[in-house]
Design a protein around this ligand. Structure first.
Ligand SMILES: CO[C@H]1[C@H](O)[C@@H](O)[C@H](O)O[C@@H]1C(=O)O
Length: 660
């Protein structure tokens, strides 16, 4: 087994400025998480400063002191870092806060930021900061682009040193929950809730616990039938409820650090309550009642839509489905149920509006689900730094109330006073040496964790931090890498599907351009291009999706004149000759952005080449190879899209560039 340490790659510093703090450490708390914090400080002292830290006998002797305080302004997961007279105090109300504070201090050490006079307080924005792994028990990963699973192999659960390395990495950026198996629960994965896998899962959860991470499992709604031999999984059937009660009792006993379950029901062929004419509230609540005595939570996904559509049907709209299915149930879920909502109403496209459910629901716990596995954004072969996109989503005003109405407000619990809520990312990890296939994709993993902890952090700031920790504190490297990252999402958007329309990818694997790949299919994913224009009319005259938003946004999206242009084709059918605010026609915009986007990739490649010799060769080459591919592949995108729309519209490029 070989793996690297990503942003926890420590380098020996040449200066001795901070050695004094790392001489002796004293921890007031002896819990396992506090012990981890001390170990991490010791390791950083050793590997970055070359010092052997000793345990101090009392706080007064220590250079670093971990203190448990009673201060609601800090809380159990927040921390305060304070330097005074040669001693750094890390204070928190809980051990996890001490661990996060220790990692924050280590980050400063890696970045060589001054510690003298340090005084900072950070509290997490979100109660839950989760990774969702779509790992299967045969070791494959659904939408995985960085090797195989490090949680499962050959139908077995793997617990080894990489388990700890994973937990350490996740905790270092503030992750506190992890769902280790795919939401599509099939075959042996259904049995993860049984005795059969109990021992290994318990071991894994104990390692997670050292890092303050709770283990979650995805479960199969039909388990009472598949495992229990019942002839139904009807949530209102007494036998089914009793089966869940017994099952939950067993598993929570077996695995004390189990947080609960994630459920994909009535979605893309998975079983669910609809089979029995029951609602999703009925489905979630039967599980929630069974898990409640153990403090367990049920995270129920809202990715429920009809995947058997007829492309000729212009009224049924997949975008509407989440809201249509779940809004009527607002307020009907138990307190320990959280609805998990994908950021957009479709499926992780490079550009989508924010889901209308976020801001719609007022009486239900909510988690925002994003995808750092780059299923539709270059599959970790293209660089696509997604944190700027997540920032836009978090900052979106839903107008759901007078004051705190952004997505960040809602999922943090500020808006409706909820305690069970937060953010989840479909993870981009695998057993590749560098964890994420593309080395630069690790910025999404790092960025997601840090952002879910601190939604105010800036995308650029996080990119810089990540680059400095990963590649060392060389200004030129940090700036160049940050530049590449910051231009990558806009570039990807430019050379792929235009103005919010999405898709145009090859069916099934979703990689590479295929404009009509999903046009005449059953998935509800259309662009409706003809010789006059393209786009979906989602106004009142069309599918009416725009009206699912609060009035301010509904009005904005309803009207072509006020609809944000990056979403124009998502909400409207637009003629090729329509003039955008730039003065360009739609067709000219399509041509220009596609040439620009492919050009941006050339610039990214030149920027990366300038780093040769400044970063480890192995890493340099891995990224270089992928950038070479991205360069060619972005041209393929450019040419297929431009050619397609030239042939449809027969309008030539004003600039006379080659279109095929
Ligand atoms: C796990 O299934 C995935 C499926 O592979 C993927 O193509 C789609 O994005 O979303 C599904 C989901 O989110 O459930």
């Amino acid at each position: 087994m070989s793996y690297e340490n990503a942003w926890l790659t420590y380098r020996m510093r040449q200066d001795s400025r901070d050695k004094k703090y790392f001489s002796k450490v004293y921890a007031e708390d002896e819990s396992i998480v506090a012990v981890t914090a001390v170990k991490e400080l010791e390791r950083a002292g050793r590997e970055i400063l070359g010092v052997r830290m000793e345990q101090a006998g009392c706080a007064a002797e220590a250079g670093i002191c971990l203190r448990l305080v009673s201060d609601p302004a800090i809380g159990e997961e927040g921390y305060q870092l304070r330097e005074e007279e040669g001693c750094i105090t890390i204070s928190s109300e809980g051990a996890r806060g001490l661990l996060y504070g220790s990692f924050a201090l280590i980050r400063r050490l890696q970045m060589e930021l001054p510690l003298e006079g340090l005084c900072m307080l950070e509290t997490p924005s979100n109660p839950l900061r989760m990774l969702n792994h779509w790992d299967n028990m045969d070791g494959s990963i659904e939408r995985g682009y960085s090797g195989n699973s490090f949680f499962f192999k050959d139908e077995k659960v793997i617990v080894d040193e990489r388990t700890r390395a994973y937990a350490r990495m996740a905790a270092s950026v503030g992750i506190n929950a992890s769902v280790i198996n795919n939401v599509n629960v099939r075959g042996n994965a259904t049995k993860l809730i049984t005795e059969e896998y109990g021992k290994e899962l318990r071991e894994m959860s104990e390692i997670f616990a050292e890092y303050g991470i709770r283990l979650f499992l995805s479960l199969n709604f039909a388990a009472p039938m598949e495992l229990g031999g019942l002839d139904s999984a009807d949530p209102l059937d007494g036998q089914v409820a009793a089966w869940w009660k017994d099952t939950m009792e067993d598993i929570f006993r077996r695995i004390p650090n189990l947080g609960g379950f994630l459920v994909k029901a009535d979605s893309e062929g998975r079983p669910g309550p609809f089979t029995y004419g029951r609602t999703h509230a009925d489905g979630a609540n039967v599980l929630a009642d069974a898990a409640a005595p153990y403090g367990g939570i049920i995270i129920w996904r809202c990715f429920v839509y009809n995947c058997q559509q007829d492309w000729r049907d212009r009224k049924t709209d997949r975008a509407r489905a989440g809201y249509d299915n779940f809004m009527p149930l607002d307020g009907k879920f138990r307190d320990n149920v959280i609805l998990q909502i994908k950021n957009g109403p479709m499926d992780f496209q490079v550009r989508e509006p924010v889901s209308s459910l976020l801001g719609g629901l007022t009486d239900t716990n909510q988690i925002l689900e994003v995808q750092i596995a780059q299923e539709y954004t270059g599959q970790q072969r293209h660089v696509c730094y997604l944190i700027p996109m997540f920032k836009e989503i978090l900052g979106f005003h839903t107008y759901c109330c007078g004051g705190q109405d952004t997505v960040a407000d809602i999922v943090s619990g500020r808006t409706w006073g909820q305690k069970s809520c937060g953010m989840a990312a479909v993870a981009n990890t695998g057993n590749d040496d560098n964890w994420t296939g593309h080395d630069l994709a690790a910025a999404n993993l790092y960025g997601f964790g840090r952002l879910s902890f601190q939604t105010d952090a800036g995308a650029r700031e996080l990119a810089e931090e990540w680059a400095a920790c990963t590649f060392g504190n060389d200004r030129v490297v940090t700036e160049t890498v940050t530049k590449i990252l910051m231009m990558s999402w806009p570039a990807y958007e430019k050379y792929t599907a235009p103005l919010g329309i999405g898709w145009m990818v090859n069916p099934n694997h979703h990689y590479g351009p295929n404009v009509d790949g999903y046009e005449y299919d059953r998935w509800g994913t259309y662009h409706r291009a003809d010789h006059l224009g393209l786009g979906i009319d989602r106004s009142r005259q069309g599918t009416g999706y725009a009206q699912q938003y609060r009035k301010e946004n509904a009005d904005l999206y309803e009207d072509i004149k006020t609809c944000p242009e990056e979403l124009l084709l998502f909400f409207h059918y637009i003629p090729y000759t329509y003039r955008l605010k730039s003065g360009k026609t739609l067709i000219q915009h399509i041509y220009d952005t596609h040439f620009e986007g492919a050009g941006d990739v050339e610039s990214m490649d030149i920027l990366w080449s300038s780093l040769e010799g400044k970063i480890p060769e192995r890493v340099y080459k891995r990224v270089k190879e992928r950038l070479e591919h991205q360069k060619e592949h972005s041209k393929e995108w450019r040419d297929q899209i431009n050619t397609y729309f030239f042939r449809k519209s027969m309008i030539p490029d004003e600039k006379g560039r080659q279109i095929y």
